[in-house]
Design a protein around this ligand. Structure first.
Ligand code: GCO
Ligand code: MG
Length: 404
Protein backbone atom coordinates (compact mmCIF):
# COMPACT_ATOMS: atom_id res chain seq x y z
CA UNK A 1 0.00 0.00 0.00
CA UNK A 2 1.30 3.51 -0.85
CA UNK A 3 2.70 5.55 2.00
CA UNK A 4 0.49 8.57 2.82
CA UNK A 5 0.26 11.37 5.35
CA UNK A 6 -2.49 10.54 7.84
CA UNK A 7 -2.29 13.48 10.24
CA UNK A 8 -0.57 16.84 10.76
CA UNK A 9 -0.66 18.36 14.24
CA UNK A 10 0.67 21.46 16.00
CA UNK A 11 2.18 21.00 19.47
CA UNK A 12 2.74 24.18 21.49
CA UNK A 13 4.93 24.20 24.56
CA UNK A 14 7.07 26.61 26.60
CA UNK A 15 9.52 24.64 28.79
CA UNK A 16 11.70 27.75 29.15
CA UNK A 17 8.79 30.20 29.26
CA UNK A 18 9.29 30.92 25.52
CA UNK A 19 6.39 29.64 23.33
CA UNK A 20 7.60 27.01 20.84
CA UNK A 21 5.58 25.41 18.03
CA UNK A 22 6.34 21.93 16.74
CA UNK A 23 4.65 20.01 13.92
CA UNK A 24 4.18 16.26 14.01
CA UNK A 25 3.37 14.53 10.70
CA UNK A 26 1.97 10.98 10.96
CA UNK A 27 2.04 8.44 8.14
CA UNK A 28 0.09 5.35 7.14
CA UNK A 29 3.11 3.27 8.19
CA UNK A 30 2.35 2.67 11.88
CA UNK A 31 5.08 4.23 14.03
CA UNK A 32 6.61 6.25 11.18
CA UNK A 33 6.28 9.98 11.89
CA UNK A 34 8.36 13.12 11.71
CA UNK A 35 8.76 16.32 13.72
CA UNK A 36 9.66 19.84 12.63
CA UNK A 37 10.04 23.33 14.09
CA UNK A 38 7.37 25.94 13.28
CA UNK A 39 8.27 28.42 16.02
CA UNK A 40 7.23 32.03 15.50
CA UNK A 41 7.12 32.80 19.17
CA UNK A 42 5.44 36.22 18.96
CA UNK A 43 2.43 34.78 17.04
CA UNK A 44 2.46 31.11 18.04
CA UNK A 45 -1.33 30.74 18.12
CA UNK A 46 -1.64 32.00 14.54
CA UNK A 47 0.89 29.42 13.33
CA UNK A 48 -0.90 26.63 15.23
CA UNK A 49 -4.17 27.70 13.57
CA UNK A 50 -2.53 27.62 10.11
CA UNK A 51 -1.26 24.09 10.78
CA UNK A 52 -4.47 22.67 12.25
CA UNK A 53 -6.97 24.34 9.93
CA UNK A 54 -5.11 24.61 6.62
CA UNK A 55 -2.05 22.31 6.50
CA UNK A 56 -3.89 19.30 7.92
CA UNK A 57 -6.67 19.14 5.28
CA UNK A 58 -4.24 20.14 2.51
CA UNK A 59 -1.73 17.37 3.31
CA UNK A 60 -3.69 14.36 4.53
CA UNK A 61 -3.52 11.65 1.83
CA UNK A 62 -0.37 13.07 0.17
CA UNK A 63 2.87 11.11 -0.33
CA UNK A 64 5.33 12.20 2.44
CA UNK A 65 8.34 11.25 0.28
CA UNK A 66 7.61 14.13 -2.12
CA UNK A 67 9.24 16.82 -0.03
CA UNK A 68 9.93 19.31 -2.82
CA UNK A 69 6.47 18.98 -4.34
CA UNK A 70 4.79 19.42 -0.94
CA UNK A 71 6.95 22.49 -0.25
CA UNK A 72 5.85 24.07 -3.53
CA UNK A 73 2.21 23.04 -2.99
CA UNK A 74 2.00 24.56 0.49
CA UNK A 75 3.76 27.73 -0.64
CA UNK A 76 1.23 28.62 -3.32
CA UNK A 77 -1.88 27.11 -1.72
CA UNK A 78 -2.87 30.42 -0.03
CA UNK A 79 -1.83 32.37 -3.18
CA UNK A 80 -0.25 35.17 -1.04
CA UNK A 81 3.02 33.73 0.13
CA UNK A 82 6.33 34.20 1.93
CA UNK A 83 4.79 35.60 5.11
CA UNK A 84 6.10 34.60 8.55
CA UNK A 85 3.00 32.63 9.65
CA UNK A 86 2.79 30.50 6.52
CA UNK A 87 6.56 29.99 6.27
CA UNK A 88 6.87 28.81 9.87
CA UNK A 89 3.96 26.39 9.52
CA UNK A 90 5.48 25.15 6.26
CA UNK A 91 8.85 24.69 7.97
CA UNK A 92 7.24 22.47 10.59
CA UNK A 93 5.92 20.23 7.81
CA UNK A 94 9.09 20.37 5.71
CA UNK A 95 11.43 19.44 8.57
CA UNK A 96 9.07 16.64 9.63
CA UNK A 97 9.20 15.26 6.06
CA UNK A 98 13.03 15.30 6.09
CA UNK A 99 12.88 13.52 9.46
CA UNK A 100 10.59 10.87 7.92
CA UNK A 101 12.89 10.52 4.88
CA UNK A 102 15.87 9.91 7.16
CA UNK A 103 13.99 7.38 9.26
CA UNK A 104 12.90 5.49 6.13
CA UNK A 105 16.46 5.42 4.82
CA UNK A 106 17.93 4.61 8.24
CA UNK A 107 20.26 7.64 7.85
CA UNK A 108 20.73 10.93 9.67
CA UNK A 109 19.38 13.89 7.68
CA UNK A 110 22.88 15.37 7.20
CA UNK A 111 23.71 12.31 5.08
CA UNK A 112 20.69 12.95 2.86
CA UNK A 113 21.93 16.54 2.49
CA UNK A 114 25.32 15.46 1.17
CA UNK A 115 27.09 14.10 4.23
CA UNK A 116 29.39 15.62 6.85
CA UNK A 117 32.01 18.12 5.80
CA UNK A 118 33.06 18.57 9.46
CA UNK A 119 32.82 16.52 12.65
CA UNK A 120 30.98 19.08 14.75
CA UNK A 121 29.58 22.57 14.55
CA UNK A 122 31.50 25.56 15.93
CA UNK A 123 29.12 27.85 17.82
CA UNK A 124 29.03 31.34 19.26
CA UNK A 125 27.61 32.04 22.70
CA UNK A 126 25.97 35.16 24.15
CA UNK A 127 27.77 37.23 26.78
CA UNK A 128 25.27 39.89 27.90
CA UNK A 129 25.67 42.04 30.98
CA UNK A 130 24.84 45.39 32.53
CA UNK A 131 28.47 46.44 33.06
CA UNK A 132 31.85 45.87 31.36
CA UNK A 133 32.80 43.69 34.30
CA UNK A 134 29.70 41.51 33.93
CA UNK A 135 30.07 41.10 30.16
CA UNK A 136 33.78 40.38 30.56
CA UNK A 137 33.22 37.80 33.28
CA UNK A 138 30.77 35.96 31.01
CA UNK A 139 33.25 36.05 28.14
CA UNK A 140 35.90 34.66 30.49
CA UNK A 141 33.62 31.81 31.60
CA UNK A 142 32.93 30.88 27.98
CA UNK A 143 36.63 30.97 27.15
CA UNK A 144 37.34 28.65 30.07
CA UNK A 145 34.78 26.24 28.56
CA UNK A 146 36.63 26.29 25.23
CA UNK A 147 34.22 28.59 23.35
CA UNK A 148 36.04 30.38 20.52
CA UNK A 149 33.45 32.93 19.39
CA UNK A 150 31.39 35.14 21.73
CA UNK A 151 28.74 37.77 21.08
CA UNK A 152 29.04 40.73 23.45
CA UNK A 153 26.14 43.09 24.27
CA UNK A 154 25.16 45.49 27.00
CA UNK A 155 21.74 44.51 28.33
CA UNK A 156 19.10 43.74 25.72
CA UNK A 157 19.37 44.73 22.07
CA UNK A 158 20.22 48.39 21.66
CA UNK A 159 21.87 48.03 25.04
CA UNK A 160 21.16 49.70 28.29
CA UNK A 161 24.21 51.82 27.53
CA UNK A 162 26.19 50.02 30.19
CA UNK A 163 27.35 52.52 32.77
CA UNK A 164 26.44 55.45 30.51
CA UNK A 165 22.66 55.20 30.72
CA UNK A 166 20.77 58.39 31.61
CA UNK A 167 17.52 57.85 29.72
CA UNK A 168 15.06 58.88 32.38
CA UNK A 169 16.24 62.52 32.19
CA UNK A 170 15.82 62.59 28.42
CA UNK A 171 12.11 61.79 28.03
CA UNK A 172 9.53 64.52 27.41
CA UNK A 173 6.71 65.06 29.94
CA UNK A 174 3.96 62.51 29.55
CA UNK A 175 6.17 59.93 27.79
CA UNK A 176 4.51 56.55 27.12
CA UNK A 177 5.42 53.74 29.50
CA UNK A 178 7.55 50.85 28.19
CA UNK A 179 11.04 50.17 26.91
CA UNK A 180 13.31 53.06 25.84
CA UNK A 181 16.68 53.25 24.14
CA UNK A 182 19.04 56.07 23.21
CA UNK A 183 20.98 55.72 19.91
CA UNK A 184 23.87 57.99 20.96
CA UNK A 185 24.42 56.25 24.28
CA UNK A 186 24.24 52.92 22.51
CA UNK A 187 26.80 53.76 19.83
CA UNK A 188 29.34 55.19 22.27
CA UNK A 189 28.91 52.33 24.71
CA UNK A 190 29.44 49.61 22.07
CA UNK A 191 32.79 51.09 21.04
CA UNK A 192 33.83 51.34 24.70
CA UNK A 193 32.69 47.77 25.30
CA UNK A 194 34.80 46.39 22.45
CA UNK A 195 37.83 48.41 23.52
CA UNK A 196 37.47 46.99 27.04
CA UNK A 197 37.03 43.41 25.81
CA UNK A 198 40.13 43.63 23.59
CA UNK A 199 42.12 45.16 26.42
CA UNK A 200 41.09 42.38 28.78
CA UNK A 201 41.29 39.39 26.43
CA UNK A 202 43.52 40.44 23.54
CA UNK A 203 42.82 39.35 19.99
CA UNK A 204 43.04 35.59 20.25
CA UNK A 205 39.25 35.30 20.54
CA UNK A 206 36.49 36.02 18.03
CA UNK A 207 33.89 38.61 19.06
CA UNK A 208 30.65 39.61 17.39
CA UNK A 209 27.79 42.00 18.07
CA UNK A 210 24.11 42.36 17.14
CA UNK A 211 22.95 45.91 16.32
CA UNK A 212 19.41 44.51 15.96
CA UNK A 213 18.49 47.20 13.39
CA UNK A 214 18.70 49.91 16.06
CA UNK A 215 20.57 52.53 14.01
CA UNK A 216 19.93 54.90 11.15
CA UNK A 217 21.99 53.96 8.06
CA UNK A 218 24.80 56.48 8.49
CA UNK A 219 25.04 55.80 12.22
CA UNK A 220 25.41 52.11 11.39
CA UNK A 221 28.16 52.82 8.85
CA UNK A 222 30.02 54.97 11.38
CA UNK A 223 29.75 52.25 14.03
CA UNK A 224 31.02 49.58 11.62
CA UNK A 225 34.04 51.81 10.87
CA UNK A 226 34.69 52.67 14.50
CA UNK A 227 34.69 48.97 15.39
CA UNK A 228 37.30 48.09 12.75
CA UNK A 229 40.29 48.17 15.14
CA UNK A 230 38.58 45.58 17.33
CA UNK A 231 38.48 43.01 14.52
CA UNK A 232 34.93 41.67 14.78
CA UNK A 233 33.94 38.20 13.58
CA UNK A 234 30.81 39.96 12.34
CA UNK A 235 28.47 42.86 12.98
CA UNK A 236 24.88 41.63 12.79
CA UNK A 237 21.76 43.38 11.49
CA UNK A 238 23.46 46.77 11.31
CA UNK A 239 20.49 47.87 9.17
CA UNK A 240 16.81 47.01 9.07
CA UNK A 241 15.67 44.82 6.13
CA UNK A 242 13.80 47.85 4.80
CA UNK A 243 17.12 49.74 4.51
CA UNK A 244 19.07 46.85 3.00
CA UNK A 245 20.06 48.94 -0.04
CA UNK A 246 22.42 50.90 2.27
CA UNK A 247 24.63 47.83 2.58
CA UNK A 248 26.27 48.95 -0.64
CA UNK A 249 27.49 52.19 0.96
CA UNK A 250 28.47 50.35 4.11
CA UNK A 251 30.45 47.74 2.20
CA UNK A 252 32.39 50.41 0.32
CA UNK A 253 33.43 52.10 3.54
CA UNK A 254 34.25 49.36 6.03
CA UNK A 255 36.04 46.03 6.28
CA UNK A 256 34.02 44.96 9.35
CA UNK A 257 32.40 41.65 8.29
CA UNK A 258 28.62 41.96 7.97
CA UNK A 259 25.91 39.45 8.92
CA UNK A 260 22.27 39.93 8.10
CA UNK A 261 19.02 38.17 7.85
CA UNK A 262 17.05 36.77 10.79
CA UNK A 263 14.07 38.91 9.74
CA UNK A 264 14.05 37.78 6.11
CA UNK A 265 11.00 35.88 4.89
CA UNK A 266 11.22 36.28 1.15
CA UNK A 267 14.04 35.39 -1.28
CA UNK A 268 13.65 38.81 -2.88
CA UNK A 269 14.93 40.30 0.40
CA UNK A 270 18.14 38.32 0.60
CA UNK A 271 19.10 37.53 -2.99
CA UNK A 272 20.31 41.05 -3.92
CA UNK A 273 22.58 41.20 -0.85
CA UNK A 274 24.09 37.83 -1.73
CA UNK A 275 24.51 38.23 -5.47
CA UNK A 276 26.14 41.66 -5.00
CA UNK A 277 28.39 40.24 -2.24
CA UNK A 278 27.25 42.91 0.22
CA UNK A 279 27.18 40.62 3.27
CA UNK A 280 29.54 37.96 4.58
CA UNK A 281 27.09 35.81 6.56
CA UNK A 282 23.44 35.02 5.91
CA UNK A 283 21.56 34.82 9.21
CA UNK A 284 18.13 33.53 8.16
CA UNK A 285 15.88 31.94 10.73
CA UNK A 286 15.40 28.58 9.01
CA UNK A 287 11.74 28.14 10.00
CA UNK A 288 11.04 31.73 8.93
CA UNK A 289 12.10 30.98 5.35
CA UNK A 290 10.16 27.69 5.20
CA UNK A 291 12.45 24.95 6.53
CA UNK A 292 15.36 22.77 5.44
CA UNK A 293 14.37 22.66 1.74
CA UNK A 294 14.76 26.41 1.04
CA UNK A 295 17.67 26.73 3.51
CA UNK A 296 19.74 24.13 1.66
CA UNK A 297 19.03 25.92 -1.64
CA UNK A 298 20.01 29.22 -0.04
CA UNK A 299 23.25 27.72 1.28
CA UNK A 300 24.12 26.62 -2.25
CA UNK A 301 23.38 30.06 -3.71
CA UNK A 302 25.53 31.63 -0.98
CA UNK A 303 28.40 29.27 -1.75
CA UNK A 304 28.54 30.52 -5.34
CA UNK A 305 28.95 34.11 -4.10
CA UNK A 306 31.40 33.51 -1.26
CA UNK A 307 28.80 34.12 1.47
CA UNK A 308 28.72 31.83 4.51
CA UNK A 309 25.83 30.60 6.64
CA UNK A 310 25.19 31.61 10.24
CA UNK A 311 21.64 30.36 10.80
CA UNK A 312 19.70 32.11 13.55
CA UNK A 313 19.84 30.09 16.79
CA UNK A 314 18.24 32.07 19.65
CA UNK A 315 16.06 30.79 22.51
CA UNK A 316 12.92 31.10 20.40
CA UNK A 317 13.86 28.21 18.13
CA UNK A 318 12.77 24.78 19.39
CA UNK A 319 15.49 22.16 19.93
CA UNK A 320 14.10 20.50 16.77
CA UNK A 321 14.82 23.73 14.87
CA UNK A 322 18.33 23.87 16.37
CA UNK A 323 18.93 20.32 15.20
CA UNK A 324 17.70 21.22 11.68
CA UNK A 325 20.27 24.06 11.70
CA UNK A 326 22.98 21.61 12.76
CA UNK A 327 22.21 19.09 9.99
CA UNK A 328 22.55 21.96 7.50
CA UNK A 329 25.77 23.17 9.19
CA UNK A 330 27.32 19.71 9.11
CA UNK A 331 26.62 19.23 5.42
CA UNK A 332 27.28 22.74 4.02
CA UNK A 333 30.83 23.50 2.91
CA UNK A 334 30.21 27.27 3.21
CA UNK A 335 29.09 27.05 6.83
CA UNK A 336 30.40 30.02 8.84
CA UNK A 337 29.25 29.76 12.44
CA UNK A 338 26.19 28.64 14.41
CA UNK A 339 24.53 30.78 17.07
CA UNK A 340 23.95 28.67 20.19
CA UNK A 341 21.60 30.08 22.81
CA UNK A 342 22.02 26.96 24.97
CA UNK A 343 19.51 24.37 26.18
CA UNK A 344 18.03 24.18 29.68
CA UNK A 345 17.41 20.84 31.46
CA UNK A 346 13.64 21.37 30.95
CA UNK A 347 14.15 21.62 27.19
CA UNK A 348 16.37 18.54 27.19
CA UNK A 349 13.64 16.58 29.00
CA UNK A 350 10.82 17.66 26.69
CA UNK A 351 12.92 17.07 23.55
CA UNK A 352 14.72 13.70 23.85
CA UNK A 353 17.78 13.49 21.59
CA UNK A 354 19.06 17.06 22.09
CA UNK A 355 22.53 17.84 20.74
CA UNK A 356 25.49 18.27 23.08
CA UNK A 357 27.84 21.22 23.51
CA UNK A 358 31.45 20.32 24.27
CA UNK A 359 34.40 22.77 24.20
CA UNK A 360 32.81 25.24 21.80
CA UNK A 361 31.42 22.62 19.41
CA UNK A 362 27.92 21.15 19.18
CA UNK A 363 27.43 17.48 18.27
CA UNK A 364 24.23 15.84 17.00
CA UNK A 365 23.51 12.18 17.63
CA UNK A 366 23.69 9.92 14.58
CA UNK A 367 20.19 8.45 14.81
CA UNK A 368 18.11 8.17 11.60
CA UNK A 369 16.20 11.32 10.65
CA UNK A 370 16.75 14.47 12.67
CA UNK A 371 17.50 12.34 15.73
CA UNK A 372 15.25 14.35 18.05
CA UNK A 373 11.69 13.97 19.29
CA UNK A 374 9.13 15.67 21.51
CA UNK A 375 7.63 14.09 24.64
CA UNK A 376 4.09 15.38 24.25
CA UNK A 377 2.97 14.44 27.73
CA UNK A 378 5.80 16.39 29.30
CA UNK A 379 5.37 19.24 26.79
CA UNK A 380 1.76 19.70 27.94
CA UNK A 381 3.05 20.55 31.43
CA UNK A 382 4.54 23.79 30.01
CA UNK A 383 1.65 25.76 28.48
CA UNK A 384 2.41 28.83 26.34
CA UNK A 385 1.47 32.26 27.62
CA UNK A 386 -0.96 34.31 25.54
CA UNK A 387 0.64 37.59 26.67
CA UNK A 388 1.70 40.01 23.93
CA UNK A 389 5.43 40.68 23.52
CA UNK A 390 6.43 44.09 24.91
CA UNK A 391 10.15 44.34 24.04
CA UNK A 392 9.31 44.69 20.32
CA UNK A 393 7.79 48.13 20.98
CA UNK A 394 10.80 50.07 22.17
CA UNK A 395 11.01 53.88 21.90
CA UNK A 396 13.69 56.52 21.32
CA UNK A 397 14.07 59.17 24.06
CA UNK A 398 11.55 61.55 22.47
CA UNK A 399 8.96 58.78 22.25
CA UNK A 400 9.37 57.77 18.61
CA UNK A 401 8.85 54.05 18.07
CA UNK A 402 12.08 52.24 17.24
CA UNK A 403 12.48 49.11 15.08
CA UNK A 404 13.06 46.25 17.58
C1 GCO B 1 19.64 36.87 17.74
C2 GCO B 1 18.37 37.59 17.72
C3 GCO B 1 17.26 37.13 18.63
C4 GCO B 1 15.94 37.78 18.30
C5 GCO B 1 14.79 36.93 18.72
C6 GCO B 1 13.46 37.51 18.30
O1 GCO B 1 19.79 35.93 18.51
O2 GCO B 1 20.47 37.26 16.93
O3 GCO B 1 18.44 38.89 17.40
O4 GCO B 1 17.55 37.21 19.98
O5 GCO B 1 15.82 39.03 18.88
O6 GCO B 1 14.93 35.65 18.21
O7 GCO B 1 12.40 36.78 18.82
MG1 MG C 1 20.02 38.92 15.84
Amino acid sequence: MALTITDVRAICTAPQGIPLVVVRVETSDAGLYGVGCATYTQRWMTVACEIEHYMKPLLIGKDPTRIEDIWQTVTVSPYWRNGPVLNNALSGVDEALWDIAGKRAGLPVYELLGGKVREAVRVYRHADGRTMQEVGDRVQAFMEDGVQVVRVQFGGYGGNGGERQHLDNMKPDGACPGAYYDPLTYQLSVVELFAAMRERFGYNLELCHDVHEHLEPTEAIRLAKELEPFRLFFLEDALSPEQGAWFRQMRQQTCTPLAMGELFNNPTEYLPLIQDRLIDYVRCHVSQIGGITPAKKLAHVCEAFGVRTAWHGPGDVSPIGHVANLHLDLSSWNFGIQEWAGLTPELEDVFPGCPELRRGYVYVNDKPGLGIDIDEKLASKFPCSEALPTWTNCRRPDGTLQRP
